[in-house]
Design a protein around this ligand. Structure first.
Ligand code: PLP
Length: 404
């Protein structure tokens, strides 16, 4: 098949890593400095303080040189002990991976099954905590935005459910693909540990992992947790007080982080969230117009970060993605584990504007035609109408394709 991507930019439309804006790239492109010197100290103080505003916390945010998986582990080993009972929900691939990690760290996991098309049911959280008379559940661990399915759970409601049950369990939240893209409030929602990383809404390359830590989580860490060293919040927080790190930090990524935080604030967090909501609506308008099915089944849980699209029966999502990559130099997200080949994911998060989104949707529509995937034309028009403020084109209900 003909390829024509010797020129122009690659379209990275996976749900993270996301496009790194030129401003962030330029901020990173600097000589590395002494991480024990005064210039670093200023940088350290700025980013540690700046992170609080993005997580919406008055308390500490720990920054590790790590992937998101490392930050998952840090959240567990600082707050929980082997044998502790925790409540988790099977919202998709990432919730399942976090559960596997919890089990390998010898936690006793109550894993509530799910169909990978819905988020966490806060009523179920409340009922299980109410039923836990001897208060043996030590933590509720949920993924805010399930990147494998495009379903966003309502963490504010889950926090409320825990408070209504007056249960002492900690609330540990994976906000890896929501932070900086979807409204998130660590303090107000009563979250104890928020896990995040750099390569999604923060618009950075991979390499930084974050834990925002509540007072209650810190208290749990001071008396419990597991044997730990690299991930230990105590050494980290003690050194952070002066703007430094206990081991060599990812200095150049921190230059990028400072720039990314500045960009988020220049735009205004509320505007950033509204932009993501708008692009997600435009994408869904396109998918509906194509007559394809959105994996997420509850419109209240539609993700503003990505849209997972179900392939019609008998058509392979990976083949479609491969054609789109070769022909248009655009990467779309693959279906993960049990969704492999059955869905493709359009990432619409991070440093994205209307025309970038329209380019991406055009690539998908052309790819659907090239791959011979049955669909109706007009998805791009529907998204254009949406973004241009014209009435959305209403199409017949999409054909159903089962992914169960
Ligand atoms: C929701 C969620 N949790 C955890 C992870 C794992 O993060 P990492 O691949 O950086 O270790 C990802 C990665 O995409 C994710 O989307």
């Amino acid at each position: 098949m003909e390829t024509n991507h010797v020129s122009g930019r690659h379209f990275l439309q996976i749900p993270g890593p996301t496009n790194v804006p030129d401003r962030v790239l330029r901020a990173i492109d600097r000589p590395t400095i002494d991480h024990r010197g005064p210039e670093f100290q200023r940088l350290g103080r700025e980013v540690l303080e700046g992170c609080r505003s993005v997580f919406r916390t008055e308390r500490d945010v720990v920054i590790f040189p790590s992937s998101g998986t490392g930050a998952w582990e840090a959240a567990i080993v600082n707050t929980l002990s082997p044998g502790d009972r925790v409540l988790m929900y099977e919202t998709g691939h990432f919730a399942s991976l976090w559960r596997a990690m919890a089990q390998s760290l010898k936690l006793d996991v109550d894993f509530v099954g799910g169909d990978w098309r819905h988020g966490v049911d806060q009523g179920d959280v409340e009922a299980r905590l109410d039923a836990d008379r001897d208060r043996s559940i030590k933590a509720v661990m949920v993924v805010h935005n399930e990147t494998s399915t495009g379903v966003t759970s309502r963490v504010d409601e889950i926090g409320r459910a825990i408070r209504r049950a007056a249960h002492p369990a900690l609330l540990l939240v994976d906000a890896i693909s929501s932070l900086g893209s979807i409204d998130y409030r660590h303090d107000e929602w009563g979250v104890d540990v928020t896990v995040a990383c750099s390569q999604k809404g923060l618009m950075l390359p991979p390499g930084l992992g974050f834990n925002a830590v509540s007072e209650k989580a810190l208290a749990a860490a001071s008396v419990g947790g597991m044997p730990r060293s690299y991930w230990d919040w105590r050494a980290m927080l003690a050194t952070n007080r002066a703007g430094f790190f206990p081991y060599t930090p990812a200095t150049n990524l921190l230059f990028g982080l400072r720039e990314a935080i500045a960009m988020l604030h220049e735009e205004g967090l509320e505007n950033v969230f509204a932009r993501h909501a708008r692009h997600a609506s435009a994408t869904r308008a396109a998918v509906n117009a194509w007559g394809l099915e959105i994996l997420c089944q509850d419109p209240r849980e539609y993700s503003n970060v990505l849209t997972a699209v179900v392939m019609p029966e008998g058509h392979d999502a990976d083949r479609l993605r491969e054609i789109i990559l070769r022909r248009f130099d655009m990467s779309l997200g693959a279906g993960l584990s049990r969704l492999k080949g059955r869905v493709f994911r359009i990432g619409h998060l991070g440093g994205l504007n209307d025309l970038m989104l329209m380019g991406a949707l055009s690539g998908v529509e052309m790819g659907l035609t090239l791959a011979g995937v049955p669909h109706q034309r007009g998805g791009v028009d529907a998204a254009l109408s949406f973004l241009g403020g014209e009435p959305e084109i209403v199409r017949p209900a999409p054909q159903a394709a089962s992914v169960a």
